[in-house]
Design a protein around this ligand. Structure first.
Ligand SMILES: Cc1cc2nc3c(=O)[nH]c(=O)nc-3n(C[C@H](O)[C@H](O)[C@H](O)COP(=O)(O)O)c2cc1C
Ligand SMILES: [Fe+2]
Ligand SMILES: [Fe+2]
Length: 398
């Protein structure tokens, strides 16, 4: 996709990445991702962020369609993660006179990642830069998503270049703006991005929202995904809710099963949730990538986990999910647990311990030997219903 002017003198010059299979070597990208870089053209020219190194030439080609890249006066580094800073070495060679502007804590990173020490300047929180006809200001938002992260604001057009904040997975398909697309296609990928990438930094996200809220905003231009010009509050509110761990009323029912005993119980549990009138998303942890499991666990307030006892403990794919949810610091979940065992069992106790450690509310847990009996299935249904009713109740009281 070529460059597009998003406001007078402000151009999107980013790229779509449709070839990276795993973002950060971890998270699948079935719908790709965009790295959004922006050119702000006043009398002087600033480039806000860049792209992953393998797309540096494409970025340069986009810039060249707007102006000679050698004319760039400032390279603004909102975030040092290489998906946004990877083109800096090439840009530094092409725009040889440009000054690199970044938060103070980014300076040692610029040296260590890229050997960049010359023409580098730290910008203070709140510092402004007059480009002649355009004015930038820099706002430190540490830990959204790394310690050096900042957002850049352009005052005349009221555009916030928010970095990873308010971004999402999925490429920009001919359109840049949220109001031009079916946002239903993008919302899940925004939540998956949030929960997988910045979820752990939820407190920093909330601090950043409070801080950036004071700027008069007309456009939010994140470093990934859609740009918001019609109703920028919408993505801010979504991010706020996700960061506050305010799950939607519904249940993520995530289970693993070797020979189908726990899976049969999962079907009954799902029915129980539905009987209580809430949506349920049932996912097999052995088959659905953990990236999507984290997304669904983050989406709903109810979380029901199922898995057989395996080597006296929790079934490995379910254990992996729990480990990642702990790392990502998911809080405030209403939980149910179930699973089959062959002889002594053990998964139930270990799952319960984990849930207690995580501070989640355990509504009910059950285990059964071998295949679920009709009575076991009735108990499973009741468990689904009980968790869903607790979720519905919590939401009513909120
Ligand atoms: C590799 C393996 C390890 C197991 N370890 C245990 C165990 O430590 N304790 C236990 O009670 N059952 C154990 N089992 C038995 C399963 O928990 C039991 O077969 C259960 O019904 C499987 O449920 P599923 O069909 O949902 O996977 C193990 C089974 C397998 C295949
Ligand atoms: Fe990042
Ligand atoms: Fe990023």
């Amino acid at each position: 996709m070529g460059p597009l002017e998003i406001r007078a003198g402000i151009f999107w010059v980013g790229v779509n990445d449709r070839t990276t299979d795993l973002f950060e070597g971890l998270w699948p990208l079935p719908y790709g991702v965009s790295y959004n870089a922006y050119l702000v053209v006043g009398e002087k020219v600033a480039l806000i962020d860049s792209v992953k190194s393998c797309y540096a030439e494409e970025l340069l080609g986009n810039i060249a369609q707007v102006l000679d890249p050698a004319r760039i006066d400032y390279l603004v580094v909102n975030h040092m993660e290489p998906d946004h800073s990877g083109a800096l070495p090439l840009l530094g060679r092409v725009a040889a006179d440009a000054e690199i502007l970044a938060a103070p804590s980014a300076l040692p990173m610029l040296t260590r990642f890229y050997g960049l020490t010359e023409q580098v300047r730290a910008v203070r929180d709140g510092e402004t830069l007059d480009l002649g006809g355009k004015t930038l200001s820099f706002h430190h938002i540490p830990f959204v998503h790394w310690p050096e992260t900042m957002a850049t604001y352009e005052r005349t057009e009221r555009v916030l270049f928010s970095g990873d904040a308010f971004g999402g997975f999925r490429t920009l398909d001919g359109a840049l703006f949220a109001d031009e697309v079916d946002f239903g296609l993008y919302e899940g990928e925004a939540l998956r991005y949030f929960s997988n990438i910045v979820g752990m930094q939820s407190q920093a996200v909330l601090r950043a929202i409070d801080k950036l809220q004071t700027l008069p905003l007309e456009v939010i231009a994140p470093a990934h995904g859609l740009i918001w010009r019609k109703d920028p509050r919408r993505i801010v509110e979504l991010y706020r809710r996700w960061a506050q761990n305010e799950g939607e009323p519904g249940v993520a029912l995530i289970f693993g099963s070797m020979y189908g005993e726990t899976r049969r119980m999962a079907e009954a549990v799902a029915q129980g949730v539905r009987e209580a009138g809430l949506p349920v998303s049932a996912l097999d942890a052995s088959r659905v990538h953990v990236s999507f499991l984290i997304q669904e666990a983050w989406r709903y307030q109810g979380l029901i986990l199922g898995g057989p006892t395996y080597d006296t403990g929790i079934f490995p794919p379910v254990e992996q999910l729990l480990r990642l949810l702990e790392r990502k610091r998911l809080r405030n979940r209403v939980v149910g647990l179930f699973g089959s065992y062959g002889w002594h069992g053990g998964a139930k106790k270990k799952l319960e311990e984990k849930v207690r450690e995580l501070g989640w509310e355990l509504v009910e847990s059950l285990e059964f030997a071998g295949a679920p009996t009709p009575e076991d299935l009735r108990r499973g249904r009741a468990l689904g219903r009980a968790v869903a009713e607790r979720v519905a109740q919590g939401v009513r009281h909120a």
